[in-house]
Design a protein around this ligand. Structure first.
Ligand SMILES: Nc1ncnc2c1ncn2[C@@H]1O[C@H](COP(=O)(O)OP(=O)(O)OP(=O)(O)O)[C@@H](O)[C@H]1O
Ligand SMILES: [Mg+2]
Length: 548
């Protein structure tokens, strides 16, 4: 049973649950049945007053006649959830034969400022329970006075922001939580030093602690204050304390460290910096400095980035995370696409009566590779086409599965086109040839069609696989002469499809021929069909093997 002396609870009207926190447990969700929740809600709303049985029954079971005994089982469930005892109650007092009185204190989550509830475009949040637990465990360490940085990486749309929102919606049951958020923006942020940090500070200035933050800015970070005239009115005294320009950068970093440490001294502060692949170098300097200082500030820095958008392996963010990990002041979380089980959970929604078919799950999994953004766009497109319905509980096909529209949704195609446009000519040639080979391809059969030797082909594939961008490493393949080659796979059928669809007719025919010719050179006639099938395996495009 829970230690009733320690635990405190918040009632969450959005999620129909309670959040329990104690010295050792920040943000544990306590689920209740809908009726038990309604009973509790009514008692809490009428806190301190005796609520008689009839009134409670009328409030919770409006038009249904139920016996007062029913209440007993719900009160028992609530007592178990709250760790309460009828003999010495801390929350619910029983008045035998008459009713109940709520005598405890319980805050409402929705009352907390600054944190809008996370909106889930796909309906439910799936597949990230372990990641949320990891974040909560790190937060727990931070609350106990060990500052920490966590860098969450993953491809676009994999769910980095959503994961943080879900974690924060749990962490917000910590009574003193403060949070600040800054975004890097493509092109622009790189040009303006400290862009996301300034954004986070402006957010803090608009929050409930406005007076404290503004005062701290003026006193501890004058060179920041002068950059925020709308939030902080700086007098001549502050302006004159601005460091000379040669020292400006190190001075600003030092001031920002002092400022954030002060703000996180007496309450936990979560500083979220999003899309750091676009961060300016001054922001990286700040992160480096704040993470290296040995303070006991309750500061949790969470950064997100897309590995595919770090221009080179020498990007300072990579060096920073590597260095901080060695010093044991940060950890990294690589967010993979959702598993088939999570995709099925999302499609199912909360429905228990009519589970979604495994074939439908497989189709969506194959098309989107478990990327939630791709799922959302694909499902919205299928809904628009009338092929799929969105219900209160999940998504269901309206047409036979072989009739589901198979073209790539235009918004997704544009997103992928932009990635393709950003490639060098050589990289683009490689992926075009690969799209003809199938979802899975290898250098032996495909390099020549791409106009590359096998080593260069493999080197480019290795580069892309390292960042899980577009493709990933697949198995080793044994060639008839005994040589081994590494195969690679597209992360999503959609990537291959867009690359394939944008090929002109003659280039497509040329690539088909070149790959078929190479297969003929490498494999005996009796092996060719199986090779072609293997290459095209899981491919949405059987045309690939026609020319062999
Ligand atoms: N675990 C999940 N369960 C349900 N929906 C999810 C999940 N993760 C993400 N989504 C949905 O997928 C979409 C993309 O998610 P999100 O914006 O978090 O991705 P991201 O990794 O931050 O992308 P970017 O790199 O572009 O910022 C959103 O519509 C979000 O609601
Ligand atoms: Mg994001």
């Amino acid at each position: 049973m829970i230690d009733v002396e320690e635990a405190s609870f918040r009632i969450d009207h959005l999620n129909y649950c309670l959040w329990r926190s104690s010295a050792t447990d920040v943000g544990h969700r306590v689920d209740l049945t809908p009726k038990a929740f309604d009973v509790l809600r009514y008692l809490v709303e009428n806190s301190g007053r005796l609520v008689i049985h009839e009134e409670l029954l009328e409030a919770v079971w409006r038009d249904v006649h139920v016996q007062p005994e029913v209440l007993k089982s719900h009160i028992l469930a609530l007592r178990n959830a709250l760790g309460d005892k009828s003999s010495s109650p801390r929350f619910i007092e029983t008045h035998r034969g008459r009713g109940y009185r709520f005598i405890g204190t319980m805050d409402t989550l929705a009352d907390l400022p600054n944190l809008p509830p996370a909106v889930l475009d796909l309906g439910v949040f799936a597949g990230r329970a372990a990641a949320v637990r990891e974040l909560s465990a790190l937060f727990q360490r931070v609350v106990s006075g060990q500052p920490w940085a966590l860098f969450i990486s993953g491809e676009s749309g994999v769910g980095k922001t959503t994961l943080i929102e879900q974690f924060l919606s749990q962490a917000r049951c910590h009574p003193d939580l403060a949070m600040a958020q800054g975004h890097c923006i493509e092109g622009f942020a790189g040009a303006e030093p400290y862009y996301p940090i300034l954004g986070a500070l402006r957010g803090l200035c608009d929050g409930v602690d406005r007076a404290k933050v503004v005062r701290a800015l003026s006193e501890l970070a004058p060179s920041w204050a002068v950059q925020m005239p709308e939030q902080v009115s700086t007098g001549p005294r502050t302006a004159s304390r601005q460091p000379a320009s040669a020292d400006l950068r190190s001075g600003m970093v030092r001031e920002a460290c002092n400022l954030f440490e002060m703000l996180a001294a007496d309450r936990p502060l979560v500083l979220v910096l999003e899309d750091l692949h676009w961060a300016d170098f001054a922001t990286i300097d700040f992160m480096s400095a704040v993470c290296r200082r040995r303070s006991s500030a309750r500061l949790m820095l969470i950064g997100t980035y897309r590995p595919e958008d770090l221009d080179t392996a020498r990007h300072p963010l990579k060096q920073l995370t590597h260095d901080l990990a060695l010093r044991r002041v940060c950890s990294e979380m690589e967010l993979a696409p959702l598993s088939a089980a999570a995709v099925s959970e999302l499609l199912n929604g909360n429905a228990e009566d009519e589970p979604v078919s495994s074939e439908f799950t497989e189709i969506i999994m194959e098309r989107t590779g478990g990327n939630p953004l791709f799922m959302r766009v694909t499902l919205d497109y299928l809904v628009e086409r009338g092929d799929v319905s969105r219900r209160a509980h999940g998504w269901r096909p309206l047409v036979p599965l072989n009739k589901l529209a198979s073209e790539t949704p235009p918004t997704l195609a544009r997103l992928i086109e932009a990635k393709i446009e950003a490639m060098t000519d050589v990289q683009r040639r490689l992926f075009e040839a690969a799209s003809v080979a199938g979802l899975r391809f290898d250098p032996a059969t495909t390099a020549r069609a791409a106009g590359l030797d096998e080593e260069s082909f493999e080197a480019i594939c290795e580069d892309f696989s390292r960042n899980a961008t577009i493709i990933r490493r697949d198995q080793l393949v044994v060639l008839p002469d005994g040589d081994l080659v590494r195969a690679y796979s597209f992360n999503h059928a959609i990537y291959r499809q867009v690359l394939y669809d944008r090929l002109g007719h003659s280039r497509r025919t040329h690539l088909h021929r070149a790959i078929a010719q190479r297969i003929e050179e490498i494999y005996r006639p009796d092996q060719r069909t199986s090779v072609a099938v293997r290459l095209a395996q899981r491919s949405a495009c059987p045309r690939v093997i026609c020319s062999v």
